[in-house]
Write a protein that binds this ligand. Sequence first.
Ligand SMILES: *[C@@H]1O[C@H](CO)[C@@H](O)[C@H](O)[C@H]1NC(C)=O
Ligand SMILES: *[C@@H]1O[C@H](CO)[C@@H](O)[C@H](O)[C@H]1NC(C)=O
Ligand SMILES: *[C@@H]1O[C@H](CO)[C@@H](O)[C@H](O)[C@H]1NC(C)=O
Ligand SMILES: [Zn+2]
Length: 424
Amino acid sequence: MKYSLGLLVLFVGATLVAADQDYEGYRIYEVIPSSADQAHLLHQLSLQGYDFISETRLLGHPSRVIVSPGQLEQFERLVEAENMTHNLVNSNLGASIAEEFAQRQMQRLLAPITGKGRLSTERYYTHEEIINYIDDLAQRFPSRVFVKTVGWSYEKRVLKTITITNGDGKANKKVIFMDGGFHAREWISPAAVLYVIDQLVEQFEENAHLLKDYDWVILPLVNADGYEHSQTGTLARMWRKTRQPYTYGGQTCYGADPNRNFDFHWNEEGASSNPCADTYAGPTAFSEPETITVRDLMHSLADRGIMYLTIHSYGNYLLYPWGWTSDLPENWEDLDAVARTGAEAIQNATGTEYTYGSSTNVLYIAAGASDDYGYYAGFNVSITMELTGAGSIGFNPPVTRIDEFVTETWIGIRAMAEKVIEMY
Ligand SMILES: *[C@@H]1O[C@H](CO)[C@@H](O)[C@H](O)[C@H]1NC(C)=O
Ligand SMILES: *[C@@H]1O[C@H](CO)[C@@H](O)[C@H](O)[C@H]1NC(C)=O
Ligand SMILES: *[C@@H]1O[C@H](CO)[C@@H](O)[C@H](O)[C@H]1NC(C)=O
Ligand SMILES: [Zn+2]
């Protein structure tokens, strides 16, 4: 064990994601630790710059990791020395990404989008289409739907919230605040959020009970720059961070991890101070205009804010604070009850299993995340939902399965909202 960890140190510099890259020959492995030593080894790999697309500390639960051709020999040696169960799930990530983009190009040729009317769940949308869509909803349902500009990304893309009400005109209702698209490559996140918007607005009668005493405020796409960047081509597909440039040792690396950039125990644990790392916390807390926007929204809503819900992918987790410590917040039993309700509702409906618990206890300690901040800012319930993954790329179901995933997600979100409304 000690020997294998020692070996890792040699590879630190080589594994950081400094720029867009071609994933030719990169592999994805599923690894299942069965002992504390094995789990520890995996966590060491992630700290050394291996790109984990899902990572848990729970024994017997799978994590997935991207392994570059340069890392392959070391990786195989380590998992074999530790006897860790590992399965190859993708033997060439570059080819899968290329295939996904080719399909996307084809779809866009066949069905150009204007962003008017209901959005289908047949593909992933651009930032502009998402904005057009919520603007159009506000025009079509002027008594129930309100859109507001709440900020601008680093590259000056507009950030807008959509507030969904039941139109009774009552002010100061309690609030459920939801966001998506923190991490650029998690395309299913904004897709799931758009589906929630569609249900609350277009299926209003069916969901009126969710809007009786509550308004929903939704920011569908936090990291607009990163998301757009990840759609520019195959080389950028796995982009995670924002896009503000930072120089480091004469090299320019882009962006901070927005989910490590919040000013609550910022950069104490589970984040990197290296601008070229994928979990870069930023030079200071709230260095990114996108996280400032979320912060300001949280504070403006906090006195009415009951639940904050942030959608990521993937791993099938419903997580609550804290992420910066293994301690639990005072009302953790309430948080647990909400998360359990979401997990049960999904399991009952589709059989998909979600694991729930506090972020630190289920995943790993990581400070500066938005769920900790939202809870600290005054939301009584704060949940990070890591959606189900599928397909060989790992984050995103192929377009043919978006519908299945977003409808399943909605079942969990609706059940959690019902529970919160019953409790608060
Ligand atoms: C791995 O398994 C082999 C054969 O079962 C065993 O001899 C060896 O001690 C194991 N190694 C570790 C680190 O558990
Ligand atoms: C799930 O099904 C079980 C067994 O029928 C039931 O007791 C439970 O209330 C259901 N939970 C939800 C959230 O639907
Ligand atoms: C929600 O949290 C706030 C801030 O901690 C607290 O003042 C309020 O009493 C809580 N609301 C309920 C209904 O528990
Ligand atoms: Zn994420």
